[in-house]
Design a protein around this ligand. Structure first.
Ligand code: 5AD
Ligand code: SF4
Length: 449
């Protein structure tokens, strides 16, 4: 039916263009690549801007606040364009799994034609076909976890690097997080399906893959096949030189995963290990299932087994009940681990999560004061860690021209640092040696050697 709908739509879509607005994480980016794949197969081509689009898809994220206001603002702006372009407006992604969002759309945003959820993106072609042929609005959001649908067409955004989702959903229910409510329970793809996708990517010339899931190290391929087995099997695939993964959970970081990271040449030795808080009290309130000490012990253990490993992390400041002493524990862990990069978030209430009902919410001004203090420390450490690169020669996968200066090429080291340098465009897509000459917090400057 998916194939059929895609082919039948062709009759109506000649000359029509699509525009996808993607919010949020890499999993959403990968979903958008599948949506783009399906729209292309339906006969649409990609619009350069929303103004020239005949169909617009919002792939939304609801992990933090503000996104809702932004979305409704954008929907408002499209009201006039819709008439001009006879535009179809579709709303999907995590926000459309939230009842209050769909209710608001039904009540006040009549310009929206199609609402689909995170479990049924494969139904989008059928929904669009219905709109095209019967001019009917289609609202279809599933509460139950959808089956994993293999074989959807994918229009990749990366030239040499590709996203590969290995599992969907999350079972952890961290008390601040909305994800388990909008993405459902954990479901892993079959190992053979993942390996087939990676082999195909290798044969198409991709060099780098990023394995994605809310909690990749609880991947369960069945019959005792875990994340470490997947890493080892992918490492054997010729052509894929760089393997990254996002995000693991510290509580599931078993010894076999550490050994696989150490043993597999292609697996990058930079690990994104979300800390969220350095205080054992707050971690307990967050339902993270580890303490400050256990986190530090894990980092130590990984450092012993994986030479030259580095870490990046996510931290939330101002979780309910976080006191000054707790925040100091967070700073202490940041100082001890020396993260190469810290992704910092100010806690925001998500409707329906356990933390919403917790006492002692932290006043906004204290949250932002703590955020600034954390940023200052994290930036200082990033700078110190970056300085260690100066004078070294790094393997850099060249991704393209710099967005701000076409004279400059940009790429990333195996440790995921952005490197800018001058060089011929023929280097794009290759992994080359670059000597690092200076650091600029968000990127390193180098010269090809
Ligand atoms: N408030 C602030 N940050 C949050 N995150 C998840 N939920 C919230 C929230 N309610 C952060 C976590 C997670 C990252 C993707 O977003 O740090 O790791
Ligand atoms: Fe959210 Fe925690 Fe699941 Fe990550 S592990 S998606 S933070 S509930």
């Amino acid at each position: 039916m998916i194939e059929e709908a895609m082919l039948m739509a062709k009759e109506y879509t000649t000359g029509l263009k699509y525009f996808i607005n993607t919010m949020g994480c890499k999993l959403n980016e990968n979903d958008s690549e599948k949506i783009a794949g399906m729209l292309t197969k339906m006969g649409y081509s990609e619009a350069k801007s929303v103004e020239e689009a005949n169909i617009v898809v919002f792939n939304t994220c609801c992990i933090r606040e503000n996104a809702e206001e932004k979305l409704f603002g954008k929907l408002g702006e499209l009201k006039n364009l819709k008439k001009q372009n006879n535009m179809i407006i579709c709303l999907g992604g995590c926000m459309s799994q939230e009842k209050h969002v769909v209710d608001k759309v039904k009540q006040s945003y009549s310009q929206v034609d199609i609402v689909f959820g995170t479990h049924n993106i494969h139904k989008l072609p059928e929904m669009i076909l219905k709109k095209l042929t019967e001019n009917q609005k289609v609202f279809d959001v599933w509460d139950i976890d959808g089956d994993i649908i293999e074989g959807l067409p994918v229009k990749r955004t990366g030239e040499k690097n590709a996203l590969v989702t290995i599992m969907y959903g999350c079972n952890n229910f961290c008390t601040y997080c909305i994800v388990p409510y909008v993405r459902g329970r954990e479901r892993s793809r079959k190992p053979e399906d993942i390996l087939k996708e990676v082999r195909n990517l290798a044969s198409e010339g991709y060099k780098e893959i990023m394995l994605l899931g809310q909690n990749v190290n609880s991947y369960d391929g069945g019959a005792g096949y875990h994340f470490s087995n997947l890493l080892r099997d992918i490492d054997q695939i010729p052509g894929i030189n760089i393997v990254r993964f996002m995000s693991p959970h510290p509580k599931d970081f078993t010894d076999d995963v550490i050994s696989a990271i150490a043993d597999c040449k292609s697996v990058c030795k930079v690990i994104h290990l979300p800390l969220q808080s350095g205080s054992s009290k707050v971690l307990n309130l967050m339902n993270r299932k580890y303490t400050k000490e256990q986190y530090l012990t894990l980092v130590q253990k990984i450092r012993e087994k994986v030479p030259d490993v580095t870490f990046t992390t996510d931290i939330i400041v101002g979780f309910p009940g976080e006191e000054e002493a707790d925040f100091l524990d967070t700073l202490d862990v940041v100082e001890k681990v020396k993260f190469e990069q810290v992704f910092m978030f100010i806690y925001s209430v998500r409707k329906g999560t356990a933390a919403e009902k917790m006492p002692n919410h932290v006043p906004e001004e204290i949250k932002s004061e703590r955020f600034n203090r954390l940023k200052e420390l994290a930036d200082r450490i990033t700078e110190e860690e970056n300085k260690k690169y100066i004078g070294t020669v790094q393997k850099v996968l060249v991704e393209g021209e710099s967005k701000t200066n076409a004279e400059v090429l940009t790429g990333r080291t195996r440790s995921n640092k952005i490197v800018n340098f001058s060089g011929s465009k023929s280097l794009i897509g290759k992994e080359i040696d670059v000597e690092i000459i200076s650091e600029h917090v968000w990127y390193l400057k180098g010269k090809a050697v």
